[in-house]
Write a new protein. Structure first.
Length: 231
């Protein structure tokens, strides 16, 4: 089960950047630019974590945070405040309002992802599993080890990331360009055929003899981790 995140951010480029990155990490993402929308969105579906911009038009992030903290059913939702204010006094004020963590803009996306994972590990351990497992294949994020049955699978860092990304959302089909962005990064220009080459190597590494192929090629679309490969 993937974690769901609610992003409350009125600066469009930041909202897009965050939405894109959390989606690529396998989160279910909802976004709004408006603090007033938060209570409704939260009651529609309780998010596992909220990223909350401090400076919002209308009701501020601080007020939204305070409001959520006063209600029994939303009191425990982890909140990370995003803000341009980096001063210690503001930081203290943010945390005093009930935010669980506090990130100063401009922030690094990998660092923010790491903080979100840390918070989820405390509040919701199953959403940030350290081991991904499907059928006889398991991937350990901490030790970077992949095994199939009893044998170790040797993967290059790229193939590891590719498998990790696919295994995070079993069944979901990713286009070549989505995989390029997620595994190689968004700013790198690489030919989409590179993805085919690495998928080919990954398949070769994880399959022996007549073992079923866990990676499904979806014609005209891309690739998916086949959640039923072992059936
Ligand atoms: Ca703002």
């Amino acid at each position: 089960m993937s974690a769901s995140i609610l992003i409350v951010e009125d600066e469009d480029p930041i909202q897009v950047l965050l939405g894109y990155n959390f989606e690529a990490e396998g989160f279910r993402v909802r976004c709004t630019a408006n603090g007033e929308d938060v209570p409704m969105l939260v009651s529609d579906e309780r998010p596992d974590v909220i990223l909350l911009d401090w400076m919002l038009p209308g009701i501020s992030g601080i007020e939204v945070c305070r409001l959520l903290r006063t209600k029994p059913d939303t009191r425990d939702i982890p909140i990370i405040m995003l803000t341009a204010r980096g001063e210690e006094a503001e930081r203290v004020r943010g945390l005093a309002t009930g935010a669980d963590d506090y990130v100063v803009k401009p922030f690094s996306v990998p660092e923010l992802l790491a903080r979100v994972r840390t918070i989820l590990r405390r509040s919701n351990p199953e959403t940030v599993a350290e081991t991904l497992a499907a059928g006889d294949i398991s991937l350990d994020r901490r030790t970077r080890r992949v095994t199939r049955g009893l044998r170790d699978i040797e993967l290059s860092p790229t193939e590891f990331k590719l498998l990790e990304h696919l295994m995070q959302s079993p069944g979901r089909v990713y286009s070549r360009s989505q995989l390029l962005d997620a595994v190689w990064g968004r700013d790198v220009y690489i030919d989409e055929r590179t993805v085919d080459v690495h998928v080919g190597r990954l398949r070769k590494a994880i399959r022996r003899g007549r073992e079923p192929d866990p990676i499904r090629t979806v014609r005209g679309m891309g690739y998916a981790f086949d959640e039923r490969f072992n059936l």
